[in-house]
Structures are given as structure tokens and as C-alpha cells.
Design a protein around this ligand. Structure first.
Ligand SMILES: NC(=O)c1ccc[n+]([C@@H]2O[C@H](COP(=O)([O-])OP(=O)(O)OC[C@H]3O[C@@H](n4cnc5c(N)ncnc54)[C@H](OP(=O)(O)O)[C@@H]3O)[C@@H](O)[C@H]2O)c1
Length: 248
């Protein structure tokens, strides 16, 4: 059992459910005995739907779809134990590549990356946090990235992605302060999955030693273990796949 700290019959919501990590979270959660309901939220329906999983459409670029998604989830269950935001963007076509130098900085690319990596999770929090269970542990976790840590930045580059994740980390910290006032048992964190073999990391895997390139299933298993060990004292922080806290 990966999540014994959650209420038996717990409900879980995964945003970005068709992504590499998102799909792995959905599959793992659907196989957990103490998870009662799994909601998989994404722009497109899953290629291989599972009867134990409810698909709900969402597009982080359109707040109305986030609001509609929360209403659909609320009709099926009044409280949520776990929300995982596993959506994100690093590259997309020739116009959106991680920058190696300030010479290629581009406002449109910044806007695109921030829309998905920062504004999207913030708006998901706006609509989904009120549905978190209040009588015991509940978790809101957004997949961030170590490269969003300002203190950890040794290499430079990847301006828009790094900045979008640093801003996401600030959003998480700020949400956690407000959340603690009314949901004392809730935990709001950022998660770093390590380097995971997905479409997002594909073009950048060449320097990664094989033992450090995780399968999506490994990464989801690591992160669900981290989520399980979280307590309210951990709220507002960023945690790596091995449970280590990453300084902002
Ligand atoms: N892979 C890694 O090594 C790694 C390392 C550190 C952090 N991360 C973080 O982990 C998270 C998951 O990444 P991944 O590796 O699983 O990447 P992925 O396979 O490319 O999945 C990204 C997901 O984000 C979704 N998405 C993009 N724009 C969206 C929008 N406007 N509305 C709704 N969903 C949207 C995509 O949906 P569609 O399927 O509809 O395109 C896709 O499901 C990201 O936040 C990423 O930054 C990954």
C-alpha cells in the first residue's frame, strides 16, 4: 500500500493525466486498495480508459474548464484527499525551446511556459483547494522541478522554465500559509520527480546516467511514497523524489 496515511476510500485527482508522469500517477492510484475514486483530468481523453478511473476534461489555458472540472468532481464526491498537478511544459516546436543564452529570450515563450507551469497550477489551487477534506490529512501537490530552485542554480540556461517553476514554488509557499489557517491537517507542497523518461525530458536525456533516468512508474511510486510521509510541518516546501527537502 503506497498511501496508508490517507483515509480509507480516499479520493484523488490528477491533473495532466495523459502526460508521462500523470498517467503513471493515475495507474498507481487506481491500483491502490485504500483509494476509492480516481479522477483523471486532461485536455484529451485517455487512450486506454480504465473503468476504475473517471476522466474529466480540463485545459489549464481556460479557467472556465478548471471550474467545470471541479464541479464535475464535486458532484461525484464532496471531499478530496489528494490533488496532484502533473501538467507542465518545457519545449514545443521550434518557437519554444529552453534558452541556452539571454540572446534567445522571447516574451511569447515566457508567456506560454508561465501559463502552463505557473498560472495553471495556481488556478487549479483556487478551484480545488476548497474541496480538500478538513477532518484529517489531505494533500495538494504540484510537480515542480529542482531547476526552479534559485539556490540550486549552478548551470544557468532554461530561463523561462526555471523562472516558471521558481514562481510556482512561491505560489505553493503562499498557498500553504493561507491553507493552514482553515485546513490545519492539509499539506501543500511542490515535488521534484528526478529525471523521468517522458516526452518532456526526451531531448535532454543524453547526459543522464541510466540509473538516474527513472521510468514514469518508478517516479510516481517514489513521489506517492513522499506524499504518504508528509505531515502538516512539511507544508509550503519542495521535496525531491527521495524525500529530501530542496531549498528554494
Ligand atoms: N520528466 C522529467 O524529467 C521532469 C523533471 C522535473 C520536473 N518535471 C515536471 O513533471 C511534470 C510532468 O511532466 P512529464 O515529464 O510527465 O511531461 P509530459 O509527459 O510532457 O506531460 C505533460 C502534461 O502536461 C499537460 N499539459 C500541457 N499543457 C496543458 C494545458 N494547457 N492544460 C492541461 N494540461 C496541459 C500535457 O497534456 P497533453 O497530453 O494534452 O499535451 C501532458 O499531459 C511537469 O510539471 C514537469 O515540469 C518533469
Amino acid at each position: 500500500m503506497l498511501l496508508p496515511s490517507l483515509q480509507p476510500g480516499a479520493s484523488a485527482v490528477v491533473i495532466g493525466a495523459t502526460g508521462g508522469l500523470g498517467q503513471a500517477f493515475v495507474n498507481r492510484l487506481a491500483g491502490e486498495d485504500n483509494i476509492g475514486q480516481v479522477f483523471a483530468l486532461s485536455r484529451h481523453p485517455p487512450v486506454e480508459p480504465r473503468s476504475a478511473v473517471t476522466w474529466v476534461p480540463i485545459d489549464l489555458d481556460a479557467e472556465g474548464t478548471i471550474e467545470a472540472a471541479v464541479n464535475t468532481v464535486r458532484e461525484a464526491c464532496s471531499q478530496i484527499d489528494l490533488v496532484i498537478v502533473a501538467s507542465g511544459i518545457l519545449h514545443g516546436g521550434t518557437d519554444l525551446q529552453p534558452e541556452k543564452t539571454w540572446r534567445t529570450l522571447n516574451a511569447a515563450a515566457f508567456e506560454r511556459v508561465f501559463a502552463v507551469n505557473t498560472f495553471g497550477p495556481a488556478l487549479v489551487a483556487k478551484h480545488f483547494l476548497p474541496l480538500l477534506r478538513r477532518d484529517r490529512k489531505a494533500v495538494f501537490a504540484a510537480v515542480s522541478a529542482r531547476v526552479g530552485s534559485i539556490g540550486d542554480n549552478q548551470l544557468g540556461g532554461w530561463y523561462a522554465y526555471r523562472a516558471s517553476k521558481a514562481a510556482l514554488n512561491m505560489i505553493i509557499k503562499t498557498l500553504s500559509i493561507e491553507l493552514a489557517r482553515r485546513y490545519p491537517d492539509a499539506v501543500c507542497v511542490g515535488l521534484h520527480p528526478g529525471t523521468v523518461n517522458t516526452a518532456l525530458s526526451k531531448p535532454f536525456q543524453s547526459g543522464v546516467p541510466p540509473q538516474r533516468l527513472f521510468t514514469p512508474d518508478d517516479a510516481a511510486t517514489h513521489l506517492l511514497g513522499v506524499i504518504d510521509r508528509l505531515t502538516p510541518e512539511d507544508t509550503g516546501h519542495l521535496f525531491a523524489w527521495d524525500g529530501q527537502r530542496i531549498p528554494f
